[in-house]
Design a protein around this ligand. Structure first.
Ligand SMILES: NC(=O)c1ccc[n+]([C@@H]2O[C@H](COP(=O)([O-])OP(=O)(O)OC[C@H]3O[C@@H](n4cnc5c(N)ncnc54)[C@H](OP(=O)(O)O)[C@@H]3O)[C@@H](O)[C@H]2O)c1
Length: 181
């Protein structure tokens, strides 16, 4: 397969976890993969990149910093992606209740898991053609993401037929088994 005939994916938040797993999967399928990390430290994505020469590009973005999202768009604006998928997200302590969580921590979770992913889709959507797909990894906590998506439904990314809410509910569809949108 030549580079130009390969399908391409832009994975936001691919240093580890589900983003890295998706990067591995798309490399195996022969796609051209662009994955993002934060900071300059070495990550699993760098290891994967070294094993996947010619099929891989690593970019840098913190989704909570709009200027970095804008700069990423500028660096990639000559590219087209079949799929843009936001895996970046954070979580709080597994046993913390709302009474335990500080306002700062709640704000960090909401900004990173709800507001920033939607901003990324809005900012980068023109890198994906109309027949392409926009996706966001989600979960029970992702109700906020889907709610935010609903709020955006009349504009931007959510206008696309290939964009739909898809929060996997753990009791029915465990996240780790994967559910794709
Ligand atoms: N794994 C599961 O079974 C599961 C279940 C339910 C929901 N989810 C949700 O799915 C998403 C991904 O889960 P995961 O298990 O892959 O999480 P993870 O292993 O903690 O990985 C999170 C990824 O997001 C990146 N990230 C965090 N904040 C970022 C920011 N501000 N800007 C850019 N990248 C950022 C991290 O980069 P760094 O390495 O730089 O921190 C890392 O690559 C999360 O929203 C999580 O809540 C996952």
């Amino acid at each position: 397969m030549t580079t130009s005939s390969r399908k391409s994916v832009l994975l936001i938040g691919a240093s580890r976890g589900l983003g890295l797993a998706m990067a591995r999967e798309y490399v195996e399928r022969g796609w051209q993969v662009t994955g993002t990390v934060r900071g300059s430290g070495r990550t699993g994505l760098h290891d994967l990149s070294e094993r996947s020469s010619g099929q891989f590009q690593i970019e840098m973005v913190d989704i909570n910093v709009p200027d970095q999202v804008l700069a990423l768009h500028q660096r990639l604006e000559s590219r087209i992606f079949d799929l843009l998928f936001v895996d970046a997200g954070v979580t709080n302590g597994p046993h913390e209740t709302i009474a335990d969580v500080s306002t700062e921590e709640f704000t960090r979770l909401m900004v990173t898991n709800a507001l920033s992913p939607m901003r990324v889709l809005e900012a980068l959507q023109d890198l994906v053609p109309a027949h392409g797909t926009l996706g966001v990894m989600s979960s029970g906590q992702g109700v906020s993401r889907t709610t935010t998506a609903a709020a955006l439904r009349s504009t931007g990314p959510a206008k696309r037929p290939s964009t739909r809410s898809c929060a996997a509910s753990p009791p029915v569809t465990p996240m780790t088994r994967g559910r794709w949108c």
